[in-house]
Design a protein around this ligand. Structure first.
Ligand SMILES: C[S@@+](CC[C@H](N)C(=O)[O-])C[C@H]1O[C@@H](n2cnc3c(N)ncnc32)[C@H](O)[C@@H]1O
Length: 200
């Protein structure tokens, strides 16, 4: 890993380490939006789902319920403090890792769920390409935020911009260049959900 990338990941880890312990209590109201997004993914029973940037794994029980006992949900996150919270809450299996270098085989996943992840990445194209590598043709990618883009930008002290990674045109372009086809986008005031399909 080059020095800039490593420094950026360390900053991210420090940011989320200090927030891990009360993460779920702070955002307890998000649950209905998570439930809705997972429903909209229309996951088949028996699917292998990767929850990337899973944090404390709060989406994992919902994803597991959607794929049933024959399915498998694996959480991955770069911040060990977040994963410690996940395991303390019984969310397993989880893996410590970087989305830019996923410890999964080519074309293994039926779906990827990534909540709150993309805006924290300095190399979103590389991350989307890596997600495409581990996904089967036809796999679903869900990029989700339990709050709207404008609220998110305000929370991070920024104005909305067409250059944001989640801005509709920019995201469609990034997805198209990395092997995904964007087929659904809800860029609403109260939540954000983009669904894309892995191209053959
Ligand atoms: C806003 S939090 C969202 C956590 C969880 N998905 C949720 O919605 O509660 C973003 C998460 O992405 C993780 N993350 C950021 N950059 C990452 C990377 N390069 N690889 C893996 N995880 C990363 C952070 O550690 C953090 O837990």
């Amino acid at each position: 890993m080059d020095r800039n990338r490593s420094a950026s990941l360390h900053r991210t880890q420090a940011f989320f380490t200090s927030r891990a312990a009360d993460w779920e209590e702070r955002f307890a109201d998000d649950a209905p939006q998570f439930e809705r997004a997972v429903r909209e993914m229309q996951l088949p029973h028996g699917a292998l789902v990767l929850d990337l940037g899973c944090g404390t794994g709060r989406a994992m029980p919902m994803l597991q319920a959607a794929v049933g006992a024959a399915g498998l949900v694996i959480g991955l996150d770069a911040t060990s403090a977040m994963l410690l919270e996940a395991t303390r809450r019984g969310r397993r299996p989880v893996v410590l890792g970087d989305v830019l270098c996923l410890p999964f085989a080519d074309r293994c996943a039926d779906a990827i769920f990534a909540a709150g992840l993309l805006p924290h990445l300095e190399e979103p194209i590389a991350a989307l390409a890596e997600m495409a590598r581990v996904s089967k043709p036809g796999a679903t990618l869900a990029l989700f935020h339990p709050i709207g883009r404008a609220t998110l930008a305000a929370r991070h002290g920024r104005a909305l911009s067409d250059e944001d990674v989640l801005a509709p045109k920019r995201l469609a372009d990034l997805l198209g260049r990395t092997g995904w086809h964007l087929h659904f986008l809800d860029d609403a005031a109260e939540r954000y959900l983009a669904l894309a399909q892995r191209q053959a």
